[in-house]
Design a protein around this ligand. Structure first.
Ligand code: NAD
Length: 495
């Protein structure tokens, strides 16, 4: 098991060159061991302004947007191939910086490669329409790139979530400034390094700056030279981004938090539902936007199902993500660890029953990292903080429900609306709940079925707009109507 790494240092990538900052450095540490993994630029306002300027020049020159779609497609395919070529090194770095198990890290990188390939094809399918709405005029409805885009990405799936933005932005003909989370600057800049080796990319099309969100990230959002910000992160930060983006009414995409319901009916395939309900929350230690953090079990099977659930959850192997036997890794940082433990305490104080876990792991090597036991609360009331707020940790709330109406009512009793799961063999039940639930994605009889062909995004305070699919591409395109009168105006029009 390789758990350490020669510390790498990264500069910003601006206008086709690696550029040092005067702002100092930020550190990426392994959350499983506290070891230093990477150092990156703590970008200043000037660094961000420079990156935006270069992206602006590249966009305004038309050097990228005027390329043939097939050329933009080739570039996206090249990035995808480089990820596949270097998959082993990238996987290790992602695990060391983020803490997730190696298999999950590899899966994420392959997902990113797949997404970029999809947008390589999509680049060649940007089509307008020619509606006929007047006798003599011809109307052209065409799509054009939005312009300079700020791509702000969180740490929990830093490369796949970046690909959801970078793929459609470049396919559309936009230029970009990437701003990763400080926890995962290294893996992001490693990808940018690969991109920088591809021949034929005009300088300034892809730029990347690292640094804290409230300085580097905010500068990007506030810049009047940025036409669009595509943001993934917490709902709280998303609201701030929305406010700051009003400076020039820039377009925004917000992919924010979730509190997804996992609904298990008494006719479900119990084995599959059990597996799905375990991994929907404990995969990535609950640090997934679509985590099934509220488990709803029909009252007719509640007792036997929960006995098996608690048995299976207590057997999850928690450890260093670099150990191939690990099933659940650490929490990303000390700050987030405190936050998660605070929620567990509030659950106990508000009277929920702690049925499993609830503690930080501190024996032996665990003490060096930020590990929390898989935690399950039962007898949860809808008014409790653990039911209402996104915890972003391995903490599950379980509630029984009576029937379809009751399940829909509990599932919808939230400010979020990102995803959800339904487990049943009855199509009638499935469709009733699927149609009644206000959420952007529903998986039926499986948890997670990611694919770049389908859209992802949130209802309510889970976000604004969609990523992936052709819907995700449209977010990086403007729509223009050109009305053509090519004949002499008719008598009636002349008057
Ligand atoms: P975060 O909101 O703290 O940070 C996200 C990104 O925004 C980071 O790059 C950060 O540096 C930057 N940022 C922070 N403050 C900023 C500011 N004032 N201005 C501009 N940028 C700023 O979120 P996080 O802790 O990195 O990620 C976890 C959150 O992301 C969770 O809430 C999770 O649900 C959400 N998420 C959503 C999706 C989705 O697709 N809906 C996917 C993954 C994660």
């Amino acid at each position: 098991m390789q758990t350490s790494y020669e510390v790498r240092t990264y500069s910003n990538y601006i206008g086709g060159k690696w550029v040092d900052t005067k702002g100092g450095t930020i550190e990426g540490k392994n959350p499983a061991s506290g070891e230093l993994v990477t150092k990156a630029a703590k970008s200043t306002a000037d660094d961000v302004a420079f990156a935006v300027e270069e992206a602006r020049k590249a966009f305004d020159s038309g050097a990228w947007s005027s390329k043939r779609p097939s050329e933009r497609a080739k570039f996206l395919r090249d990035i995808s191939e480089l990820i596949r070529r270097d998959i082993d090194g990238l996987t290790l770095l992602l695990t060391l910086e983020n803490g997730k198990p190696l298999a999950d890290a590899k899966g994420e990188l392959l997902n990113a490669a797949n997404v970029l390939e999809y947008y390589a094809s999509a680049a060649r399918h940007i089509v307008g329409r020619v509606p006929r709405y007047s006798g003599t005029d011809i109307s052209l409805v065409v799509h054009e790139p939005v312009g300079v885009c700020g791509l702000i990405v969180p740490w929990n799936s830093p490369i796949s979530l970046l690909s959801w933005k970078l793929g459609p932005a470049l396919a559309a003909g936009c230029t970009v400034v990437i701003k990763p989370s400080s926890h995962t600057s290294g893996i992001t800049m490693e990808l940018v390094k690969l991109i920088s080796t591809i021949e034929g990319l005009p300088a300034g099309v892809v730029n990347a700056v690292t640094g804290p969100g409230d300085s580097a990230g905010a500068e990007l959002v506030k810049s009047a030279k940025v036409d669009k910000v595509s943001f993934t992160g917490s709902t709280e930060t998303g609201k701030r981004v929305m406010e700051m983006a009003s400076v020039n009414l820039k377009k925004i995409n917000l992919e924010c938090g979730g509190k997804s319901a996992n609904i298990i009916f008494d006719d479900a395939n119990t084995e599959a539902a059990l597996r799905g309900a375990i991994w929907s929350i404990f995969r990535s230690a609950g640090q997934s936007c679509n985590a099934g953090s509220r488990l709803l079990v029909q009252e007719t099977i509640y007792g036997p199902f929960m006995r098996r659930y608690l048995q299976a959850a207590s057997a999850i192997k928690v450890g260093n993500g670099a150990d191939p036997a690990t099933e659940m890794g650490p929490i990303i940082s000390e700050g987030q660890l405190k936050r998660v433990l605070g929620y567990i305490q509030s659950g106990v104080e508000e009277g929920a029953r702690l049925s499993l876990g609830g503690r930080r792991l501190i024996d032996g090597d665990y003490a060096k990292g930020f590990f929390v036991q898989p935690t399950v609360f039962e007898e949860v009331e809808r008014s409790m903080k653990i039911f209402r707020e996104e915890i972003f940790g391995p903490v599950l709330c379980v509630l029984p429900f009576r029937d379809e109406e009751d399940a829909i009512s509990i599932a919808n009793d939230t400010n979020f609306g990102l995803a959800g799961d339904i487990w049943s063999k009855s199509l009638t039940r499935i469709m009733k709940v699927a149609q009644g639930t206000r959420t952007g994605t529903l998986w039926v009889n499986r948890h997670l079925n990611p694919g770049p062909e389908v859209p992802f995004g949130g209802y309510k305070q889970s976000g604004l707009g969609r990523e992936t699919g052709m819907e995700g591409l449209m977010e990086f395109l403007q729509t223009k109507h050109i009305s053509l009168q090519l004949n002499e105006p008719s008598e009636r029009v002349r008057r």
